[in-house]
Design a protein around this ligand. Sequence first.
Ligand SMILES: NC(=O)c1ccc[n+]([C@@H]2O[C@H](COP(=O)([O-])OP(=O)(O)OC[C@H]3O[C@@H](n4cnc5c(N)ncnc54)[C@H](OP(=O)(O)O)[C@@H]3O)[C@@H](O)[C@H]2O)c1
Length: 437
Amino acid sequence: MMKEVKEAFRFVNSSALWYMLLWTISLVSSYLQLLRARILGSKSTPISASIDPNLGSSRPICVITGATSGLGKATAFSLAEKGFHIVLVGRSPQLLSETLKEIKSRNKDAQLKTFEVDMSSFKSIFKFKNSLEKWLPDSELHPSIQLLVNNAGIMATSSRPTTDGYDRMMATNYIGPFCLTKLLLPLLKNSSVPSRVVNVTSFTHRYASLRKFDKDSVTGVYLWALNKYPYPQTYEYSKLCLLLFSYELHRQLRLTDDSHHVTVIAADPGFAKTNIMHEFPSYVLAIAFLGFKILGLLQSPHEGAESFIDAALAPPETSGAYYFGGKGRTIESSQVSRDSKLAEQLWETSCFVRLISWIKRFSGRGDYNHRIEINIYLYIKSVNEIMMESKAGNKKSSTSSLFYEAPLGYSIEDVRPNGGIKKFKSSVYSNCAKRPS
Ligand SMILES: NC(=O)c1ccc[n+]([C@@H]2O[C@H](COP(=O)([O-])OP(=O)(O)OC[C@H]3O[C@@H](n4cnc5c(N)ncnc54)[C@H](OP(=O)(O)O)[C@@H]3O)[C@@H](O)[C@H]2O)c1
């Protein structure tokens, strides 16, 4: 008990308390946007299920990360009721099986499948992609998915590096969802009906002060040099990154596909009573919940997940929107989150980070070195620029939109030093030549 009181006292004396207050202001200002829209009589976006959940035997497939607790679990319940075949993604096999049983006990018709995935690990995400690709045909399902909900997230109060050497919060909240989305994009594109990515962000993104999107910032490696782990700032930044990524992906998909086949929507739950703050001292947590309850801002996970369901079922024209507050309502996210230059910078850095993880994974750490990393990076960047110029023709387009797509089809030997950069380059060239224009 004394330990908990001490912890609570330390928290009250820390900057984290001020961040909590700023976040409350940011949450209130989000609700004020809703109120203003209501007073001005603007209509909420109508929700018509663009992804038809009633496809008979072939239900649309929805992948939900972090589906074993809080908002992810509530979303899994709701979307299973709406007829989706739910792929529950979680890091704990026990929680996955408990969640599966819970949903089944309330909804006998629910179609569910579980996968154990650590969203902070590139290796685990890659393994999941392969398992999913295998499971679909093995279960006689169409090799596609219709919905990806990037929900898994943490609010860590201390720094813990991942196996890839990144900050755990950045890896789970941003790098993981970025990699997973890029890996599952072919399955989303392969859907015979319009498909969607829903990225779960937060009102806290409005106070993100870090505006750098280089490798050390995005991976959180710069944090190792600090005396104290700035967790509120890191959380805000991770949510800003996810939001910038959502808008950039939306823009890039529109450049290559005007039919709104794959759409991207951001969803913000407001404040919900879940496990997200479980690392906070228990007294602080109890006071925070009480405070939010008195202000009328505390929601149950099911209420918080309403904006996710809205985002999942919204019509394709709403791609690039920010859902908040349930009832199909949208608001504006921060001005910074709409900065396309920053989004492009982040995109390139994220592709680079993903590329490095990919090279490390396939070349083996032993024969991996920095020079090869840089060479491949520069080479792919230039190849993509050439590809974009020839592909875009007179269409105005971003040079980064095909960035890093190229190496996906290459074998381990292509990037191994003994395979040689030369071999890798010629492999890239021949594959580029084979691509349809
Ligand atoms: N609650 C809020 O007020 C609020 C507000 C704004 C945004 N959000 C966002 O909403 C999302 C869901 O959070 P929540 O409030 O529902 O929190 P939660 O109850 O803690 O649920 C988080 C989920 O993510 C999973 N997860 C965490 N790290 C993972 C990893 N490395 N790999 C795979 N799964 C992992 C957790 O698994 P375990 O059960 O194994 O830990 C859990 O299932 C998060 O992105 C959060 O940032 C929440």
